[in-house]
Design a protein around this ligand. Structure first.
Ligand SMILES: Cc1cc2nc3c(=O)[nH]c(=O)nc-3n(C[C@H](O)[C@H](O)[C@H](O)COP(=O)(O)OP(=O)(O)OC[C@H]3O[C@@H](n4cnc5c(N)ncnc54)[C@H](O)[C@@H]3O)c2cc1C
Ligand code: SF4
Length: 503
């Protein structure tokens, strides 16, 4: 039994029993209570439950004895199944998400004479324990160092024990601003089959959540479809991936991104098969190294690193709030029509429609605004966890609290990802269609990203001084006159009083 994110026959609990399937029944439970824990995007619920139902069918076809329950909670059908099948040992791949692990540990199975055995999780290239060993052997825990260790350990993009092309990192060739008339590839989409149609009906009928559009639902729900998405990405998107990795264009939801995180996080794709597919394409098709290396760094570096840091930290990490930000989440995060800031309106509309946004939309629009406006990191984390198709506890804590909000005080990032409208204007076409002026930080048309950015730096001046990398940015505040700074603060306060009175 696992959280619905280990939908792979490679998981330990299935691998261990491969040779005696007849003695090893399997149970999958859709818990309605779990689905109501937060206001999940409705497409996320459909994705997970439809993928679970498809996976159950695949297991049955592979001669496993499968019980599939749609129930209110986990415990009731599990207890009944243990009794009915006289199960004496429940084997579970150790859940990666701490809240789910605790839930399983709290199940009282002793009275049923059933033991729980936790098996090792093979879902990541580095197990949690291996990451801890790596981290303890070092003075600093930089992602770049970890990534290089991974390249060496798994012999990826290496030649004679040196990085291919002579450099570890080709980021300088990546992240170009968008040009006019870019021809972006259309994402690969799937029509819902009968099973997915049933789940769509179920999620609609039971009103689990009213966040997010339910349809069109175009996500893949099987391993085969996930593999098609990967192949499509390699063929159509990878060559340009690096160059426009950070660009944002109105109405272009996916650019050259892979859309593979939902499948990786569900277990429908394995990280090493993704990395190998990219590396093979590089050799066979002579693809640009900046794109290939850039993508491998995301999966082999960032994804593994985020998981490792989550494993390394204890539960207190969840509560971290270095800036002591306590503003509530603005209402427009749940309803894009409630904001007239075009970048946020565009991005939030996209998330409502698809449950997806690419990395820079997440980091530099949605997260950045909350950071500079002083939103409580835990409220923001709850929103990200609810809204995104690929969100799980392990990936949320580190990305939203650590990378996004700097709530851990710099464990993960060396400085906060805070930016004014200048960045958004450079990397997108959003500002051209906005009622605010991206150049103004005061006055009638001042862009809120500007007055909040300067107010953020001003408010946290002393705290930020302790981070060496912020000194240059902080020195710019000195160029702003006291009256202008006072106006900036007044604009920020006025914005919040209007927002609070409308909530
Ligand atoms: C505030 C914030 C919230 C995020 N929330 C999530 C989330 O809920 N789930 C999630 O998987 N990723 C999350 N990320 C990381 C990253 O934005 C997504 O993995 C990526 O946008 C997924 O889309 P893609 O597959 O099209 O990405 P691409 O850019 O095409 O592919 C890169 C792949 O590398 C991996 N990756 C890259 N960076 C990260 C990272 N920081 N953490 C984990 N994996 C990474 C992902 O598997 C991703 O599929 C978040 C980042 C930020 C800043
Ligand atoms: S002007 Fe400001 S609010 Fe408008 S799109 Fe640009 S950054 Fe966003």
């Amino acid at each position: 039994m696992d959280l619905g994110d280990r939908l792979t026959t490679q998981q330990s609990s299935l691998q261990n029993n491969q040779d005696h399937k007849e003695r090893s029944p399997v149970i999958l439970i859709e818990s309605n209570n779990h689905g109501r824990q937060r206001a999940y995007h409705r497409q996320k619920l459909v994705l997970v439950w439809s993928a679970m139902r498809h996976f159950a069918q695949e297991l049955e076809a592979d001669n496993w004895q499968v019980t599939y329950e749609v129930a209110t909670d986990f415990a009731t059908p599990l207890t009944k199944w243990i009794k009915d099948n006289q199960i004496t040992e429940l084997q579970i791949t150790t859940p990666c998400d701490r809240p789910f692990l605790k839930h399983i540990q709290s199940l009282d199975l002793i009275n049923l004479n059933c033991e729980i055995t936790f098996l090792s999780d093979r879902h990541f290239l580095w197990s949690g324990e291996e990451f801890v060993t790596w981290a303890k052997s070092r003075k600093r825990m930089l992602m770049e160092d970890f990534y290089r260790a991974g390249r060496k350990r798994f012999n990826i993009l290496m030649e004679d024990q040196k990085p291919l092309g002579g450099k570890w990192n080709y980021d300088q060739q990546n992240r170009k601003p968008p040009k006019k008339n870019l021809q972006t590839p259309k994402p690969l989409i799937f029509e819902p089959d009968e099973i997915t149609q049933e789940v769509l009906k179920w999620v609609k009928q039971e009103q689990f959540s009213d966040y997010g559009k339910l349809e069109p639902f175009n996500w893949g729900v099987t391993r085969k479809q996930a593999q098609e998405v990967l192949a499509y990405f390699v063929e159509h998107c990878l060559p340009q991936f690096g160059t426009y990795q950070d660009a944002m264009i109105t109405g272009e939801y996916t650019m050259w991104h892979g859309l593979i995180s939902p499948y990786l996080n569900l277990g429908l794709l394995e990280p090493m098969e993704v990395i190998k597919a990219i590396e093979t394409a590089y050799h066979e098709q002579e693809l640009p190294l900046n794109s290939v290396e850039g993508f491998i760094r995301q999966v082999m570096g960032w994804r593994e690193y985020m998981h490792g840091i989550y494993f390394l930290q204890d539960e207190e990490y969840t509560e971290s709030n270095w800036f002591k930000h306590h503003r509530p989440l603005p209402a427009f995060y749940w309803d894009a029509n409630k904001t007239d800031m075009n970048c946020l309106h565009e991005t939030l509309t996209q998330v409502e429609e698809t449950a997806y946004g690419h990395h820079i939309q997440r980091l530099m629009v949605l997260n950045n605004f909350a950071l500079i406006a002083g939103v409580n990191p835990q409220e923001l984390e709850n929103w990200f966890h609810s809204a995104f198709i690929d969100a799980y506890d392990w990936v949320m804590q580190t990305n939203v609290l650590g990378m996004g909000q700097f709530a851990d005080g710099g464990l993960l990032a060396s400085k906060p990802y805070a930016a004014s409208a200048n960045y958004i204007n450079k990397m997108s076409d959003y500002c051209g269609n906005c009622k605010y002026n991206h150049r103004d930080r005061t006055g009638e048309q001042a862009c809120p990203f500007n007055f909040f950015y300067w107010d953020f730096l001003n408010r946290h001046r002393d705290r930020l001084k302790s981070l060496g990398r912020m000194n240059l940015v902080l020195s710019h505040i000195k160029r702003i006159s006291e009256p202008e700074l006072a106006e900036i603060t007044a604009l920020a306060n006025k914005w919040w009083s209007e927002e609070l009175s409308s909530q």
